[in-house]
Design a protein around this ligand. Structure first.
Ligand code: C2O
Ligand code: CU
Ligand code: CU
Length: 483
């Protein structure tokens, strides 16, 4: 028996799991679930074997010298204290993406805190209200800082997790590497910024190109997928398997299989799935990303060892996680606003996942790119990263229910992210959204109109921006105020 359970198990989930669950170790695995609300995180130059397998290491910027950065494990409703030290030669901050925390802890330089200067530290203190899968990254010069490796996952543990044999994190990230294995320079290319953003050529799983991930027949795995890429959208298929989505952006949902078996994961999104390893001992199964037409590639392979299945039948333990304490927006009284996304080049082309490489006529549609702005939200371009003097585009009274209609009038995909809140996705292109998911990052296809709603209950100035980092830097950003 080699089943282990990473994480604490409650009596209720044991009961839910029933007699079929074979647990030999109910204690946390060392190093993984040793929960502590205290972390020290240093951002500094480091080296990392991104390309894997004897290929040269790359110079990176990393949190605690590892790619991805140290896994931060917190407990829902328990205070956390994270001391971030800046050992880079430029300003930085840390943003705790998706966590509903006090504004002063949100990590946006100039807007919510002064930047952390080289050699200085900042203490982030907050109590995460929601359990789930989150992540952290800089919000200063973030195109380059994230692109050079500054990112890590945050797992906020449920009080009652789902019963699984293993709890596994895959932080996926996309890099543009040179033939020598170094990170290509040229961040902030204006042409790219008006198109798909900086999509790279190398995808890593937990910091390295992965050829295989070991699994055991019959085991049930909770797989936490995080897309930490600058710009790459992913659509993951697990050959021979049927993943069940149990949470999106940290927020539990009705367990369901993804549409046509593809898990669509835009930059900054997280999706938790439960995977029953129903393959055959000794076999391998591809995990394929086929988002971009004609550019599919294996992210890794699930490799079954030769041992017998750990159980005869898949578990019939429940998959639903308890919901987080999100306030339900009152749609009848909600105030309504529209955010129109405009700009970029005409015609999404291949990188929009719609086929066809960009033609020469593409240049026509390009907006004036003065000051690096290629995009607008309601006619305004807020460019760069967090900075002083960011005026809110909208102000909501605290406690109001708000409905936002986001219209993507561009030819490109945008994962639109809102800080400090989670948004319920109500509809897409007039059709009501099947699971009315709570998300902090909503992936919009070209021309999509998406309606979201939330209660503006968290006071402060909050960024709303596209998480394709070049798009944000080139104007696809705004600020919403809750007062
Ligand atoms: Cu993950 Cu404003 O960002
Ligand atoms: Cu965020
Ligand atoms: Cu975008």
């Amino acid at each position: 028996m080699h089943t282990e359970f990473n994480g604490r198990i409650s009596r209720r989930s044991l009961l839910q799991a029933g007699a079929g669950l074979l647990l030999t170790a109910v204690l946390p695995a060392p190093g993984l679930a040793a929960t502590s609300g205290e972390y020290r995180i240093a951002a500094a130059p480091a080296r990392a074997p991104l390309a894997g397998d004897g290929r040269p290491e790359a110079d990176v910027w990393a949190y605690n010298e590892t790619i991805p950065g140290s896994l931060v494990r917190l407990r829902q409703g328990e205070a956390a204290r994270l001391v971030v030290e800046n050992r880079l030669d430029q300003d930085t901050t840390v943003h705790w993406h998706g966590i509903r925390l006090p504004n002063a802890m949100d990590g946006v330089p100039g807007l919510t805190q002064p930047p952390i200067r080289p050699g200085e530290s900042f203490v982030y203190e907050f109590t995460p209200p929601d359990a789930g899968t989150f992540w952290y990254h800089p919000h200063a010069n973030s195109l380059e800082q994230l692109g050079r490796g500054l990112a890590g996952a945050v797992i906020v543990e449920e009080r009652e997790p789902v019963a699984v044999d293993r709890d596994v994190l895959w932080l996926l990230a996309d890099w543009r590497l040179t033939a020598e294995g170094a990170i290509s320079t040229g961040f902030g290319n204006r042409m790219e910024a008006a198109m798909s953003g900086r999509v790279g050529n190398t995808v890593t799983l937990n910091g390295q190109v992965s050829k295989e991930e070991q699994v055991r027949a019959g085991e049930r795995v909770r797989l936490r997928l995080v897309n930490g890429s600058l710009a790459r959208i992913m659509a993951l298929r697990f050959e021979g398997h049927r993943p069940v989505i149990i949470a999106v952006d940290g927020q539990p949902c009705d367990p369901h299989e993804p549409d046509s078996g593809r898990i669509l994961l835009g930059p900054a999104m997280r999706i938790d799935v439960v995977l029953d390893m129903q393959g055959e001992p000794g076999r391998r199964y591809g995990v394929i990303d086929d988002f971009y037409d004609g550019l599919s590639y294996p992210v890794t392979q699930l490799v079954y060892d030769e041992r017998q299945s750990v159980r005869e039948h898949p578990l019939d333990a429940r998959l639903d996680l308890s919901r987080n304490p999100l306030p339900e927006p009152d749609l009848a009284s909600a105030e309504r606003h529209e955010l129109a996304l405009q700009g970029g080049m005409m015609g999404g082309g291949a990188m929009a996942g719609t086929g066809g490489m960009m033609g020469s006529g593409m240049m026509h549609g390009m907006m004036g790119m003065d000051g690096g702005a290629a995009w607008t939200i309601n006619g305004q371009s807020m460019t760069g990263d967090g900075h002083a003097g960011m005026e809110p585009a909208l102000t909501f009274q605290r406690g109001r229910s708000v409905m936002l209609a986001m219209r993507n009038e561009t030819a490109w995909w945008h994962p639109m992210h809102f800080h400090g809140h989670s948004m319920r996705v109500l509809s897409r292109n007039g059709a009501s959204a099947p699971h009315r998911q709570w998300q902090d990052t909503v992936l919009m296809a070209p021309k999509d109109v998406v309606e979201v709603a939330f209660v503006a209950d968290n006071p402060g100035d909050w960024m709303l921006h596209c998480h394709v980092m070049d798009h944000q830097m080139a104007g696809l950003m705004t600020v919403l105020r809750v007062s």
